[in-house]
Ligand binder design. Structure first.
Ligand code: G3H
Ligand code: 13P
Ligand code: ZN
Length: 285
């Protein structure tokens, strides 16, 4: 069942749990996500980055997502992750994405507000939900890299103004996570999550969530995180399974035999995350 991002995340916000938003670049990842969501009876968000769309093609990702959502027994949203390019965001709207992220977090506040407002007005006009980011999350996404020391946490005062003036549906906050693998253990600013939730009273998004310990994830969810982005952990599960298969079976050249076990490995880790996030059993008809 294909639904808007807002429908999924408002339900999570009202019922105190988080939904996984998993990055996809190919068919096996889409299938792994849907299988995990059906097994755990979880609502779910399939998302693609601009790099993912450049790799697979906007239409391919959109159509795969729509076929998967149409046949799924659980609510599914299709989301653009870290959209920075106006044309690509428009292409996503045109191709049936039900949620887009406009990431203008690298600009000053006023310019971030202006760019976010522009996209929000257009997306809302065609019933598509909008995520935006305030503060700077560390690590690399697409071509933009933010050194962890340059990451800036989301300011609650600014966040209130940002949400009021842009009309977005959910906000990505910078509270100590970073994209990609962690060198040490990430330390989340839980007090900041709590204050942001109290002041904004809307769905909040945690990026860079691969490698964050279960205890921290659960605490972040209990304080108001409703969308949790995972990419790196899925990539690693894929890599490990392919590597293992190829090293044990160096002469097998059938792609289905090589990538099939990786699809199962990705499904396992995704289903595990869904249980951790509290979305298990939360799907509706
Ligand atoms: O936010 C970052 C995601 O992991 C996307 O990564 O731009 O390499 O597809 P990517
Ligand atoms: P990770 O790759 O660190 O899980 O981050 C994913 C993400 O935030 C996508 O927007
Ligand atoms: Zn991200």
């Amino acid at each position: 069942m294909l639904v808007s991002g807002k429908e999924i995340l408002n339900h999570a916000h009202e019922n105190g749990y988080a939904v996984g938003a998993f990055n996809v670049n190919n068919m096996e990842q889409v299938q792994a996500i849907i299988e995990a969501a059906e097994e755990t009876n979880s609502p779910v968000i399939i998302q693609a980055s601009q790099g993912g769309l450049a790799y697979a093609g906007v239409e391919f990702i959109a159509e795969m997502g729509k076929v998967a959502a149409k046949n799924a027994s659980v609510p599914v949203a299709i989301h653009l992750d870290h959209g920075t390019d106006f044309k690509q965001i428009m292409l996503c709207l045109r191709n049936g994405f039900t949620s887009v992220m406009i990431d203008a977090s690298h600009y000053e506040l006023d310019e971030n507000i202006r760019k976010t407002q522009e996209i929000t007005e257009m997306a809302h006009a065609v019933g598509v939900s909008v995520e935006a980011e305030l503060g700077k999350i560390g690590g690399t996404e697409d071509d933009v890299s933010v050194d962890e020391k340059d990451a800036t946490y989301t300011d609650p005062e600014e966040a209130e103004k940002f949400v009021r003036e842009t009309g977005i549906d959910y906000l990505a906050i910078a509270v100590g996570t970073a994209h990609g693998p962690y060198k040490g253990e990430p330390k989340l600013d839980f007090d900041r999550i709590k204050v942001l939730k109290e002041r904004l009273d809307m769905p909040l998004v945690l990026h860079g969530s691969s490698g964050v310990p279960e205890e921290s994830i659960k605490k972040a969810v209990s304080l108001g995180i409703n969308k949790i982005n995972i990419d790196t952990d899925i990539r690693m599960a894929f890599h490990k399974a392919v590597k293992e298969f190829v090293s044990k079976n160096p002469d097998v050249y059938d792609p289905r035999k090589i990538v099939g076990p990786a699809r199962s490995a990705m499904k396992e880790i995704i289903a595990d995350k869904m249980r951790m996030f509290g979305s298990k059993g939360k799907a509706w008809k």
